[in-house]
Ligand binder design. Structure first.
Ligand SMILES: [Zn+2]
Length: 399
């Protein structure tokens, strides 16, 4: 297998616990991955950091085998990438000091092994997975969890934080219509419209993963939403199909699927082949890992709810649309998102009629408005926001 997603949850909360967990970790130190990686290179190291969450990405020229281990005194987590060399120009030392990690270091440990060391300040969880095309090892580390209940009941902290992700960008045009309309341009315009309109509501704080025509890796988008501590994440895309007659709207959440069309959509958005997508989808440990992640904090239920509100709103406000429904698939851009998160395919750019519509400003405005209605309905269905509305009605100020 050339791909894989592995994660390991472990607790390092107390010294005592370490004694229990350490043998477990030792049992799990070796995770073999694809064997085709002879002569792979580390081409870049990147990270996104905050006090609760940090994502480290090791960019590679090919998939690799690796082992990992945890050492104490001083605490550090390391990954040995096997049959790998590090390119000379790669930056290998990063002081972090975010409360989770002290620093990240990398180097040629043996002639054929690159060691990446995460020096730990305070770590509660860690998970990691390999993505493909380009190959990269993504490591998510978590610090102490914010007391969400306390924060949400705090009147001042009740502003809803939304991250909108305009798909693709820069050298990645996304799907391209017959009339040469680019998905990246359409979805950026929609995202900018959502931000402009929704930001005018004082209850909402809106961030975009990109505000112009730049390339952003899929894992960076999720990292931005996590680092912003967003309450929800919506990735906006335009659909495409080799069947030119295919049209309509569908909204996805992260999960396993056996739906061929959903697999095809996810493969295209992940920029991997359908064969790679099918194989990843069938890999049971991947599925189990994602399911266990989704079950945490009811994220899956909340994502379903959010997907339904957005889908219904899009379908009802954009007339003459095929309702393709809420679906699920393994989208890289949703891997590791810590909040309810969905991916909306707002129309088919590969359909001549829908490409024409997507090129029109009023249609894009309708899509943006529909996404906003979906987001607002989602929040209105949550108890916290009801409380804010009640407090507003009592004449209190929330800012
Ligand atoms: Zn897309």
């Amino acid at each position: 297998m050339r791909f894989g997603e592995h994660q390991l949850f472990f607790n390092l909360l107390r010294k005592k616990k370490r004694l229990i967990f350490f043998p477990l970790l030792c049992l799990m130190i070796f995770f073999p991955f694809a064997g085709h990686a002879f002569g792979a290179k580390v081409t870049n190291i990147n990270y996104w950091s905050s006090s609760e969450y940090t994502r480290v990405v090791i960019e590679l020229s090919d998939s690799v085998n690796f082992s990992k281990n945890l050492l104490t005194n001083p605490d550090r987590l390391y990954f040995d990438l096997l049959d790998v060399t590090i390119e000379k120009e790669v930056k290998t030392s990063f002081p972090i000091g975010d409360g989770i990690l002290k620093s990240i270091r990398a180097g040629q440990y043996t002639p054929s092994t690159v060691r990446v060391v995460l020096d730990i300040e305070h770590l509660t969880d860690c998970k990691f997975f390999l993505l493909e095309n380009p190959a990269r090892l993504v490591i998510d580390v978590y610090g102490k969890h914010t007391d969400t209940v306390k924060e949400k009941s705090d009147f001042l902290a009740v502003k809803r934080r939304v991250v909108i992700d305009a798909g693709h960008g820069g050298h990645d045009p996304g799907a391209v219509g017959l009339r040469k309309l680019y998905e990246k341009d359409v979805v950026l315009d929609i995202a900018l419209k959502v931000k402009k309109i929704l930001s005018a509501d004082p209850l909402y704080e809106v961030f975009l993963t990109r505000e112009k025509d730049v390339f952003l890796p899929l894992e960076a988008r999720t990292a931005i939403a996590n680092r912003k501590n967003a309450d929800l994440f919506v990735s906006v895309h335009a659909n495409a199909s080799p069947r030119r007659e295919a049209k309509g709207i569908e909204t996805y959440l992260l999960n396993w699927t056996d739906d061929e069309e959903a697999l095809r959509v996810a493969a295209r958005e992940n920029k991997i082949t359908l064969k790679q997508m099918r194989a990843m989808n069938k890999q049971m440990d991947v599925v189990d890992i994602i399911k266990s992640d989704l079950m945490r904090e009811n994220k899956r239920d909340e994502s379903i709810k959010l997907a339904n509100y957005i889908q219904r709103s899009l379908v009802s406000q954009l007339e003459e649309q095929n309702d393709l429904g809420v679906k699920q698939a393994l989208f890289y851009v949703l891997f590791g998102a810590r909040m309810p998160s969905v991916l909306a395919e707002v129309s088919f750019i590969s359909n001549l009629e829908e490409e024409r519509l997507l090129s029109q400003d009023d249609y894009r405005m309708k899509i943006a408005g529909s996404i906003i209605v979906g987001i607002k309905k989602y929040f209105e269905s949550t108890p916290t926001l009801q409380r804010v509305v009640e407090l507003q009605n009592e004449g209190l100020h929330y800012r």
